[in-house]
Every structure is written in C-alpha cells, then in structure tokens.
Design a protein around this ligand. Structure first.
Ligand code: NAG
Ligand code: NAG
Length: 541
C-alpha cells in the first residue's frame, strides 16, 4: 500500500521481528502504542514487503534462458494499454458483473509503488492473453474515481483484487509479472500446466526456476484430485503435470519407475526433491513449504516475509560478510542436509544493515562485524548464540542442542560493571542472579531504558531515596538497563518500572507505582522492609 509518509524498511524488519519474538522482547510504553498502530497495518506491510522485493527483482538481470526475445518495455506498455481496461465510475460495476474473471489493479497516480507495479501488471496481461486466458485485466484510478473504488473495496494503493463472477478475493501472489501470471492462472481454472512432449518440457524448464511436477498415468482419481487441489491453493509455485515418464524425466531426472510421482524442482543444490507422503492436498502443500527454500537461504528483502512465515520455526541465522560466507557455505550445507526437516538455515550479509541490525540488536551485537551463528525458536520466542569457535563440529552440536532443546537460550548482558561504593548498584544480565535473586537483602530495582521519556524523573527520585535510606544495611538500591540486559525472571514491558524484591522472598517482586510521591515510596519501602523482617523472624522462630 502506498503510505503517505515514507516508512523505512528497517522499521518493517524490526517490526516483523518484534511481532515474531514478541514474547521475550520488551518495548517502551511510548513505542508500544506506535507498534500497535503498525500491527493494525500488518496487511499493508506484507504487500509492501512484497513490493520491496520487486525493487530488487527489477535491479537483477533476468535469469539466463528467460525471456530471450523480450519485447522492449515501451512495446509491452503500448500493447498492454490496449489489453488492460481502464475503469471509471460508470463502467466499473458493469465490467465486474459481466465477466467471469476480472483482475483489478486499484492505483493512485502519485503513488510510486503503483507506478512500479503498473508495467508488471501490463506484462502479465500480455502473457495471460498469449496463454489464451479468459481473464480480463483492468485498472482503476482510485483517487479519480473514489466511489468506484469504494464499491470494489479498494482501500490503499496499489490493491489487486480478483473478481470471480462478481465476488472479490484479495490477491495473494508475488509481484513480478511471472508471479502474477502463475497466481492468476491458478485461481482462474488453470492450476496446473499440462506438458505432453519433450520439446515442451525443455522449453518449460528454460522459463521456470522452480516448479512442482506431477506424473500420473491418467489425469483422474483421488490422488490426482489432491494434486490439483494443492496446485490451486498454493500461491506461488507453478505446477506441471504429464502422463509421460519420458517427459517427467526431462523435468525431474532420475524418477524411479512408478505409476505416480510428485516432486519439486529448484535451481540450486538439492535441486530435485521427491514427495514421499500420502497423496493429500495438505501433505503436498506441507512438502512444498518445507522444501521450497534452498539448504541455506540467503535473506533478502525479497524473501524476508516468506522466511519469517516459513512453517519451520526453528531457524539458524549466520551473519557474515558475503566473501567470508562463501568459504563457510559448504559446511552449512552439510549441516543443513542433516537437519533439513527440523531447522531452516539462513544467511544474512552482515553489511546489509536493514536486514542484519534488527537481529543483531537482539543480542546486543549490532556493532559486531565478525561472523556470528545465532538461532531463533519462533514458537518459544527464544534466541540462541553460538559462542564457541565456528568449527563444523561446534556448529553441528549447536544444531543438535537446538533440536533437543538442550542448548540454553541467550540473554543479553552488558559487561559486569564496577559497583564499589556506588549508592545505586548497576545490575546487568549476568549479575541479576547473584545481586538480586540470591542476595539476602531487600532490593529496590529500577528498570529503565535509555530511550524512555520518563525514566530520568524516576531515576532522580531513586537517587534521593538512596540518600535517604543510606546506612540501612538490609536495603539495596539497584538499577538495570533493560535495553541491554535480559534475564528470564525479569519480565517488564513498561519503563520505568520499580520492583521491590523482599529479602527471603525473591520469586515475586512487588511493583511500586512510579507515579508515587517520594514520601509514599519511602513509606512503602519501610512497610515492606518491616514485612520481610517480620516474616524472616517468624520463619526463624
Ligand atoms: C460463473 O457464472 C457462470 C454463469 O452462471 C457459471 O457458468 C460459471 O461456472 C461461474 N464460474 C465460476 C468460477 O464459478
Ligand atoms: C512471597 O510474596 C508473595 C507476594 O507478596 C506472597 O504472596 C507469598 O506469601 C510470599 N511467600 C513467602 C514464602 O513469604
């Protein structure tokens, strides 16, 4: 969608991460309302990310063998202008009502993302026409014709909607012209492309980097029906079918003699994967979901949304410079082969700040330029860091530990500070156990972050209180920067927070309101110290 104010990609990635890892990341209260607004806008984000992907696609030369005699952009556009119907207030309803399939692009002329999508939409219109599709492709200037836009349900730009006999469904495919073609054909009655000759197969391979192939003796029966249903509900992979073993072997070599076969073909190592489960739609879709990524996926803005939404929620991320990673790639592919069904392996170029920083910040390692191996378990909301040398053996043990849940999650910590003679003890992740939970004293802990607006006021109050209670041996004032330090027992999502840990009962800290006056706080502290003393005394009796 076209956002009136520009929003950086960094915020998108960070936001997605926050959502995924929400259960253990804490954000400031002033920011959380913003995050909530953004959550409402989540649909928009997915689309935007998909569009961002296309910026990249645009920059990359087309893969070899694709579009050998591609017409010039101008030719495509002028041809497309004749194919893509321009809707207006009068024609919209009629066009939607009178055609079985209409794919509508709602755009705004000023929106750059609309402008980017337009030529691809046009190119897709051409391809679909050449393929004999009965689909009508139309566009609507939603700003000029707001009423028509409302009738269609167009709320942002660009919006793609497919109308089938007047009923709309949102577009859920990719945003290159090829992806528009694949998705649209799937949803308009051609979920599978049939290939009958070796020549057609050779031509098809040239044009597709990834596809699912089905070999069936006859195009009928329950197994075949499930295959077609999978093809229809999948949103991005082109399906092909053939009844000829010879053709099937061109598409996916070395198929064992069989009466039916389904496989996935990709353009990277592990090029051919065979489906070995029962022929059920869900199983086929699951198989594709688990296998469509390479052994090690290179994270880009193009695929980040897909990587995060992969069904594989245990993901190992390697952060390195691209050249360094080249040397490590084979190791990782070997490990990835072993853990292929349990772990997704992702490489992130550490120099790509937009991609790498949001992750590295989670480890407090945003300034690092060394190769790092980390992992996320999105189901549990925990993160892991491999801290031993990056030998193949250590990496494999790390993965095994992740799979068996024996590897401990990572908690951020600053280095242990010098606290001697300080009136307020600085606590870090590493000292939280010793100085708070295992301390025999009452602790008043101020949890703050550098960016929180009202933290300073509270800090000043705590300093005054520390002065006031100076000399009271049983009470310690402490402070922790929650942006740089974490501990599983410290669950705070609002800053500043004041927590009182009574001596002898550290498992349930008592929250003091930061809005209390200095005097009220002093009274509270006194009462609780007394309470804990009474308690301790009672225990001792
Ligand atoms: C659309 O409506 C026509 C006429 O009623 C019908 O023949 C056709 O099957 C419908 N198409 C779909 C995809 O439902
Ligand atoms: C610990 O503190 C909690 C909350 O104040 C209280 O309910 C509980 O009884 C205390 N337990 C002990 C052993 O003092």
């Amino acid at each position: 969608m076209c956002a009136p104010k520009p929003t950086s990609r960094f915020i998108f990635s960070t936001l997605i991460l926050l959502l995924l890892l929400g259960s253990f990341i804490t954000i400031t209260s002033s920011e959380s309302s913003k995050a909530n607004d953004d959550v409402d806008d989540m649909e928009g984000i997915e689309e935007l990310m998909a569009l961002d992907e296309e910026d990249e696609l645009q920059e990359q030369p087309p893969p070899e063998g694709v579009h050998h005699d591609k017409p010039s952009e101008a030719e495509v556009l002028s041809k497309a202008q004749r194919i893509v119907l321009e809707l207006n207030t009068d024609s919209t309803k009629r066009v939607i009502d009178e055609n079985e399939y209409v794919l509508v692009l709602g755009y705004a002329p000023w929106c750059a993302r609309s402008a980017e999508l337009m030529p691809r939409f046009a190119e897709a219109a051409n391809s679909l026409k050449d393929l004999g599709s009965s689909l009508l492709m139309a566009k609507l200037d939603a700003e000029r014709y707001p009423k028509a836009a409302t009738v269609l349900g167009i709320k942002g730009f660009p919006t793609l909607l497919l109308f089938v006999n007047g009923t709309s469904q949102p577009y859920s495919g990719g945003f290159s012209s090829e992806e528009i073609v694949i998705w649209t054909r799937k949803k308009t009655g051609v979920p599978v492309v049939r290939i009958s000759t070796v020549a057609e197969a050779i031509e098809f391979i040239k044009q597709h980097l990834m596809f699912a192939v089905g070999l069936f003796q006859k195009f009928e029966g329950p197994d075949y029906d499930e295959f077609v249903e999978a093809a229809t509900s999948d949103n991005e992979i082109q399906f092909v079918e053939t009844s000829s073993t010879e053709v099937a072997n061109v598409l996916s070599p070395d198929i064992k003699p069989t009466d039916r076969f389904v496989g996935l073909v990709k353009s990277e190592p592990e090029k051919y994967t065979t489906f070995e489960d029962t022929f059920k739609k869900e199983k086929i879709l699951q198989f594709l979901d688990h296998n469509k990524f390479p052994l090690v996926t290179v994270l880009t803005e193009l695929n980040s949304a897909r990587v995060y939404s992969s069904p594989n929620k245990l993901q190992v991320y390697v952060f390195a410079e691209a050249d360094d990673f080249k040397e490590l790639l084979e190791h990782f592919q070997d490990v990835a082969r072993k853990f292929r069904t349990e772990i997704m392996f992702v490489f992130v170029d550490i120099r790509e700040d937009n991609l790498a920083k949001p992750f590295l910040t989670l480890f407090g390692l945003e300034e690092s330029d060394k190769t790092l191996v980390t992992a996320f378990n999105y189901k549990r909301g925990s993160k892991y860091l491999l801290q031993s040398d990056l030998t193949p053996k250590n990496i494999e043990e790390f993965c095994l530990g992740l799979v068996q849940s024996t590897f401990s999650p990572y908690y951020k910590s600053q280095p242990i500070p010098e606290n001697k003679d300080a009136s307020i003890q600085i606590i870090v992740g590493k000292t939280f156990d010793d100085l708070v939970l295992r301390s025999p004293k009452n602790i008043l802990l101020e949890v703050h972050t550098p960016w929180c607006m009202t933290c300073e006021t509270t800090s000043k109050q705590i300093e005054k209180l520390a002065k006031h209670f100076k000399g009271l041996e049983s009470l310690v004032f402490a402070r922790i920067d929650a942006s740089a330090n974490e501990h599983p027992e410290l669950q705070v999502d609002d800053y500043p927070t004041l927590l009182f840990y009574p001596a002898g009962n550290k498992s349930k800290p008592i929250k003091f309101s930061t809005k209390s006056s200095l005097k009220d706080l002093a009274v509270l502290i006194n009462n609780h110290i007394k309470g804990s003393q009474d308690h301790t005394t009672k225990d001792e009796l």
